[in-house]
Design a protein around this ligand. Structure first.
Ligand code: SAH
Length: 267
């Protein structure tokens, strides 16, 4: 009997310690790990000795492996009876095409399971001192992409500009100036607080805060670029008070009993 199985696992936003316990178990049990660029290498290092790893790292405007081929890689290994982990940044179903990958598996009768992860669109903000909601500042949040796929309609900035909640824009950095201008054009105040967080929760995280009017120039000056989150709303003002220095534990420190400590396996 073919026992091939695919886990679509969320790796979390960057800090290795933010993987779930179940996700870590999948990594350690996998025969094959198919992973993206934003996945922390410390997590890959926790695989077993026999595990094959395949980097299908996707970058904006640079897709070394087309999605169709990624789907085929998953199918091929599952059909060969392997335990496959598809390790994706953040949560597998928040953008990043996890839904499409699962559909292909379902269409081919491959058994699969989703292991959710902490999405950069929620958890990532907290590492820059920004709570996604706050009783006094935002009673909803809205996560959108700034980069719609070819042929699709543009985002409806007119509607988005009218929302009171926190607006979080993924994949928007190449259009940052335009996005800020559209939101102002459709009625948001130019002084609305706004931030960009690059590499949220990674040790190389950098963020910039400003307003819809000033953000793009500040980001250019500080040379921030993708992967980054754009955050718009009053909660951004809390960053001054709520920023913290994260404790970065390696997985070897978090789980001293792991056979492969992350440091050993990476070196
Ligand atoms: N599934 C992922 C999102 C994939 S889409 C999640 O749940 O987080 C990829 C986009 O997500 C990037 O272009 C960027 O806008 C955002 N992103 C993902 N991880 C990030 C991080 N650590 N820091 C900043 N932005 C991140």
């Amino acid at each position: 009997m073919n026992k091939g199985y695919v886990w679509l696992v969320g790796a979390g936003p960057g800090d290795a310690g933010l993987i779930t316990v179940k996700g870590l178990h999948c990594i350690q049990s996998a025969d094959v790990i198919v992973y993206d660029r934003l996945v922390n290498p410390e997590l890959i290092a926790l695989r077993s000795d026999h595990c094959e790893i395949i980097n299908v790292g996707k970058e904006h405007d640079y897709h070394p492996i087309p999605q169709e081929e990624i789907n085929q890689i998953l199918l091929r290994h599952a059909q060969a009876g392997k335990q496959v982990v598809r390790l994706k940044g953040g949560d597998p179903y928040v953008f990043g095409r996890g839904g499409e990958e699962a559909e292909v598996l379902a269409q081919h009768g491959i058994k699969f399971e989703i292991v959710p992860g902490i999405s950069s669109s929620i958890g990532g903000l907290s590492y820059a001192g920004i709570p996604v909601t706050h009783r006094n500042h935002a009673s909803s949040f809205h996560v959108v992409t700034g980069h719609t796929s070819q042929g699709n309609e543009q985002q409806n900035w007119k509607i988005l500009a009218q929302l009171e909640g926190t607006l979080i824009i993924l994949m928007g950095m190449t259009r940052l100036m335009d996005i800020c201008q559209q939101l102002i054009l459709y009625g948001k105040s130019p002084t609305t607080p706004a931030a960009v967080i690059m590499y949220a929760s990674h040790s190389k995280q950098k963020s910039v805060t400003g307003t819809l009017e000033t953000l793009a120039a500040k980001v250019e000056e500080k040379e921030l670029h993708a992967p980054a989150l754009i955050v718009v709303g009053d909660v951004v003002n809390l960053a001054e008070t709520l920023s913290f220095s994260p404790t970065y534990l390696t997985l070897g420190e978090l789980f001293p009993t792991l056979e492969n400590s992350a440091e050993e396996a990476i070196s």
